[in-house]
Design a protein around this ligand. Structure first.
Ligand code: CP3
Length: 346
């Protein structure tokens, strides 16, 4: 008996079909998203309105034959819920109150008590009760290194200040990472308790640090989050997406023992698949840019990714988030092409 394809692959069971979802599958490329976003007034009020956030989480599933819903929220909900003021200005990206010394770290609040975190979890509960039968629900948070870099810099950046804090092994920065490790464990546990069936950690800047500091500030903290979640919820699979790690995905696999590794576009999916053997599944890694041209190009790239790894150990996805300029019709063609390719191989 097959269950949900996403959960089957994450558990190492044979799925009824290759599970597929797309990072940032709910978002501005969908006209129906833009409409609800306008109704909410701002991106953050959308994140904190359980009814509207649940609606946009489910929108891509109505359009495309996908195997997972991903909670609609943002990785910066964690610092916001810890008491740092956050603002998303149109066209400029996030603006966040900064953390640059021990006093700033000590002022951060407990996420378990945060009303904002509770509202996100209410979204999880609503989505779970409306979920199509074979679709899995993924909760998420950011990796400690990536979230810390936004907190130190105050927004999108080249992570220069965060890197210097890591190179200098600053004690306040270590304290910040420790606070983010425990906040991430609590936040993911809350989502699981609210109905998330799997969780993904987005460490978008995991490739930033060289050997030597990487273990201490990127991989070690990731492993602590995965261990913490596993201790509280041993049955819930964890996907680790450490973007830019290259061959060091293998180090993450050994330290974190995740159910799946998310692989960025720049890395060979096949190489990682061969190297991890049966120890975990791989997720990825179609280039989001391949969806911006002709349908033929998108189909060809999607089939190349699909043919490189067997469906028993693969979750089809992009190597990074979907671009705003993506035409929804192209995404629909990609889904159809992957389904056709797999049907031909049965
Ligand atoms: O995948 C999904 O559909 C779930 C929702 C989700 C969002 N952001 C919604 C969002 C997830 C999982 C994220 C993760 C996220 N957020 C990451 C990690 C993944 C990655 O892309 O590297 C990061 C670094 C962020 C921080 C963030 N959020 C930035 C830098 C920005 C501004 C840039 C941009 O694309 O506008 C956001 C905004 C954001 N998060 C939007 C969405 C749909 C667009 C906001 C809008 O609707 O105006």
């Amino acid at each position: 008996m097959h269950g949900k394809p996403l959960l089957d692959v994450l558990a190492g069971r044979k799925p009824s079909r290759r599970p597929m979802w797309f990072m940032r599958q709910a978002g501005r490329y969908l006209p129906e998203y833009r409409q609800v976003r306008e109704q909410a007034g701002s991106f953050l009020s959308l994140c904190y309105s359980p009814e509207l956030a649940a609606e946009v989480t489910l929108q891509p599933l109505r359009r495309f034959d996908l195997d997972a819903a991903i909670l609609f929220a943002d990785i910066l909900v964690v610092p916001d819920a810890m008491g740092l003021s956050l603002d998303f200005t149109e066209g400029e990206g996030p603006r966040l109150e900064t953390v640059r010394d021990l006093r700033d770290v000590e002022r951060l609040c407990e996420i378990r008590r945060s009303d904002k975190a509770k509202r996100v979890c209410e979204t999880v509960g609503r989505v779970r009760s409306d979920l199509p039968e074979k679709v899995g629900l993924i909760g998420f948070c950011g990796g400690p290194w990536t979230v810390a870099s936004y907190m130190v810099e105050g927004g999108s950046s080249d992570r220069r200040l965060a890197k210097l804090a890591a190179f200098g092994r600053e004690s306040w920065f270590r304290a910040l990472i420790d606070r983010l490790v425990s906040a991430s464990i609590d936040y993911l546990a809350m989502q699981i308790e609210a109905g998330a069936e799997a969780v993904q950690i987005f460490d978008s800047w995991a490739g930033d640090l060289p050997e030597g500091v990487r273990e201490e500030f990127v991989v070690g903290p990731l492993a602590q989050v995965v261990d913490g979640v596993r201790r509280l919820h041993p049955g819930t699979p964890v996907i680790v997406f450490g973007r830019g790690l290259g061959v060091d995905h293998l180090e993450v696999m050994v330290s974190c023992r995740p159910a799946a590794l998310g692989i960025e576009t720049e890395q060979s999916l096949r190489w990682i698949y061969d190297a991890v053997g049966d120890q975990c599944a791989v997720q990825g890694n179609l280039d989001p840019v391949a969806l911006l041209g002709s349908v033929e190009v998108a189909r060809a790239e999607a089939c190349r990714v699909t043919s490189s790894v067997p469906m028993e150990r693969h979750i089809f996805n992009l190597g990074h988030g979907i671009r705003q300029e993506t035409r929804p019709e192209v995404l629909a063609e990609v889904v159809a092409a992957v389904r056709r390719w797999d049907a031909g191989k049965v």
